[in-house]
Design a protein around this ligand. Structure first.
Ligand SMILES: [Zn+2]
Length: 304
């Protein structure tokens, strides 16, 4: 009836078809809107996920940089084996080697890296699973070329600590007339700092130094104390030695004997040794020296 009113003659099937068709179009439109919304949502999620990933990556980069900036003397792995050098400096200065029975030994090697002795020392340290502190000299490193530089890197990566022992090791430059020349001293040490940065990365720094000839051997050292305090640095001498640089040349057995003699009765032992050219007997004595300290219940730590 209403079909007639509209003046359009269509049979019921046609009307049903139009109705169905309209419904289909509406549904399709609706579905299309839904699909578009869904796609937009996915896009949005993707953008958010990407932003989140970028944020995490940025945070990681910042963290890494922060870690690198804190890289003083040892790397991330080396932190596990290290000890506050300032504390040990205080102990050594006051000649107080007690530590409530907790025995700690700091194996220290001066004057390297040499391409002849240092590799043997590093091998033994790895075999025995212990770490040491290397007070290196810039000039020796330069003389050893790429191989010496590579040794520093290997040593550092293993978790050893790297300290500065000057560039020239020249007493006349550092202490003319046996008196400290603080400007010459700083300049000389700075040169080694730069060499170490060149090898270990621009973020590397060390707060631990050892004075050539030992801090106690020279006059007017108060200027150095001021400088070290201002820069939160520490100078470390020793309270035991294997005597590989004293008196007549000793064989490995004698070096072990000297080590035991000078370290016994001390909870805290800072043992002076050398890994420069000609110190092959030190490399030979090292396995026995390490085993001795292990048997005595010492923990091996580094200084940084
Ligand atoms: Zn030295």
């Amino acid at each position: 009836m209403w079909v007639k009113i509209m003046g359009i003659k269509k049979n019921q099937n046609q009307i049903l078809f139009y109705l169905w068709f309209s419904l289909l179009i509406t549904t399709m439109n609706y579905t299309s809107i839904e699909v578009t919304q869904y796609v937009n949502e996915i896009k949005q999620e993707k953008v958010e996920l990407q932003a989140q990933q970028e944020k995490v990556a940025k945070e990681n980069r910042e963290k890494e940089l922060e870690e690198q900036l804190k890289m003083v003397g040892v790397n991330k792995e080396g932190k596990e084996y290290t000890y506050d050098a300032k504390e040990i400096q205080k102990k050594l200065k006051s000649c107080d080697y007690s530590n409530d029975g907790n025995k700690i030994v700091f194996l220290t090697f001066d004057d390297g890296s040499s391409t002849s002795v240092t590799p043997k020392i590093l091998e033994t340290l790895k075999e025995e699973g212990v770490r040491a502190t290397f007070f290196v000299c810039g000039k020796t490193i330069e003389d050893g070329g790429e191989k010496a530089k590579e040794l520093i890197k290997t040593s550092f990566d293993y978790g050893n600590a790297i300290g500065n022992h000057s560039y020239s090791h020249d007493y006349h430059t550092l202490y003319p007339g046996r008196n400290l020349d603080i400007d010459a001293f700083k300049k000389d040490f700075q040169k080694t700092d730069e060499i170490l940065k060149d090898i270990l990365g621009e973020h590397f720094s060390t707060r631990v130094i050892r004075c050539p000839g030992g801090y106690i051997s020279w006059n007017k050292m108060d200027k150095l104390d001021e400088y070290l305090d201002e820069n939160n640095m520490a100078e470390i001498d020793w309270n035991a030695l294997n005597s590989d640089a004293e008196g007549k040349k000793k064989n490995a057995q004698e070096l072990v004997k000297q080590t035991i003699k000078t370290s016994s009765g001390k909870d805290i032992v800072v043992l002076l040794m050398h890994d420069t050219y000609g110190k092959d007997e030190t490399a030979k004595a090292l396995p026995d020296i390490i085993r001795y300290f292990k048997e005595q219940g010492y923990e091996f730590k580094t200084l940084s």
